[in-house]
Design a protein around this ligand. Structure first.
Ligand code: ZN
Length: 264
C-alpha cells in the first residue's frame, strides 16, 4: 500500500492511499492508527503531492554502507553513527532544494532509504522492530559539506538548512525483504548506485538500537545512510548548482525528484 499526503488547489492538506498508481483515495483518521476512506477520489495527476509525513524527529545514520565509509576514509563503525536533522528542513516531491545564502557552495546529495515509524517504540528488540514500522520512503540527506566537515565541529547546521530533508513521493508499506536497488541521478546521470542489502546496520538493527536510546514516536523518520558516490568524494568534487535536478530512486518504492534553486 502506498500512503500519500496531498493538496488540492485551495484546500487543506489531506491524506490518501494510491489506487492503481494513478488514483488517490482520500482517507480520514490517523494513518498510524484508525483510518477509513472518505469516499473522495482524485486522479494522481490532479493533486500536488506533499512530503508523506511530518516527522516529530528526523534521525539519521552516517557511514552505513561500506562503500561510503571507504570513500570518506572512515573505518566501518561498530555501532550506528547517529545524528539529527531539523524537522523544518522537510520538503516534498518536486519542491526545490534551496542552496542557502549562508553556505551555497558545497551542497551535496545523499540517496537514502527512509524508515517511517508507525507505532511508538522504546526498548524494542530486533525481532519486534518490524511491528513498529509503518513503511518506507525515499530521502535525500542534503548536506552542506563546508559546514559539516570544515567549519563546524558537528553536523547540525550542515544537515539542517531549510529544504535539506526531501522525502517522498509516498510511504510504501511493503518492501522486498531481500532489499532494493537504490540510486541517485543528477541531471539524469546516475551518480550513486547500490542495494539496501549492503547496509551495515539493517532496518531492524537501527529501529532496535535507536529505541534503546530514545522514544521513537509515530511519524519519526530514520534516514538509514547513503551508499558511495556522493559529490564530495568525487574527483573533481560535484556540488549542487541552481538549475540541477536530483532524483532518488528506490526499487519498489518510487522516485523522489527535486530541482535545485539559489536562495533569493
Ligand atoms: Zn546521510
Amino acid at each position: 500500500m502506498r500512503i500519500v499526503r496531498f493538496q488540492l488547489e485551495g484546500r487543506e492538506p489531506a491524506r490518501g492511499i494510491l489506487d492503481n498508481d494513478d488514483q488517490v483515495l482520500s482517507i480520514l483518521g490517523d494513518i498510524c492508527g484508525q483510518w477509513a476512506p472518505s469516499g473522495e477520489r482524485h486522479p494522481l495527476a490532479s493533486v500536488r503531492l506533499l512530503a508523506p509525513v511530518q516527522p516529530p524527529n528526523i534521525l539519521a545514520i552516517g557511514l552505513n554502507y561500506r562503500g561510503h565509509a571507504h570513500e570518506t576514509g572512515h573505518a566501518i563503525p561498530s555501532a550506528p553513527v547517529l545524528f539529527i536533522k531539523a524537522t523544518t528542513a522537510v520538503i516534498g516531491p518536486d519542491q526545490p532544494i534551496v542552496l542557502p545564502a549562508a553556505a551555497p557552495d558545497e551542497v551535496d546529495y545523499e540517496a537514502e532509504l527512509v524508515v517511517v515509524i508507525g507505532k511508538k517504540a522504546r526498548n524494542v528488540s530486533r525481532q519486534d522492530a518490524a511491528s513498529h514500522i509503518l513503511g518506507y520512503t525515499c530521502g535525500n540527506d542534503v548536506s552542506a559539506r563546508d559546514c559539516q566537515l570544515r567549519l563546524d565541529s558537528q553536523w547540525a547546521r550542515g544537515k539542517s538548512f531549510d529544504t535539506f530533508a526531501p522525502l517522498g513521493p509516498w510511504i510504501e508499506t511493503q518492501v522486498e525483504r531481500a532489499g532494493s536497488a537504490i540510486r541517485a541521478r543528477l541531471n539524469g546521470v546516475t551518480v550513486q548506485e547500490s542495494h539496501t542489502s549492503d547496509l551495515i546496520f539493517d532496518v531492524a538493527d537501527l529501529v532496535s538500537y535507536l529505541s534503546h536510546q530514545m522514544t521513537l514516536l509515530p511519524g519519526t523518520v530514520i534516514y538509514t545512510g547513503t551508499p558511495s558516490g556522493v559529490g564530495h568524494a568525487r574527483e573533481p568534487n560535484i556540488y549542487l548548482r541552481p538549475g540541477d535536478v536530483v532524483e532518488i530512486e528506490i526499487e519498489g518504492i518510487g522516485v523522489l525528484r527535486n530541482p535545485v534553486v539559489a536562495e533569493s
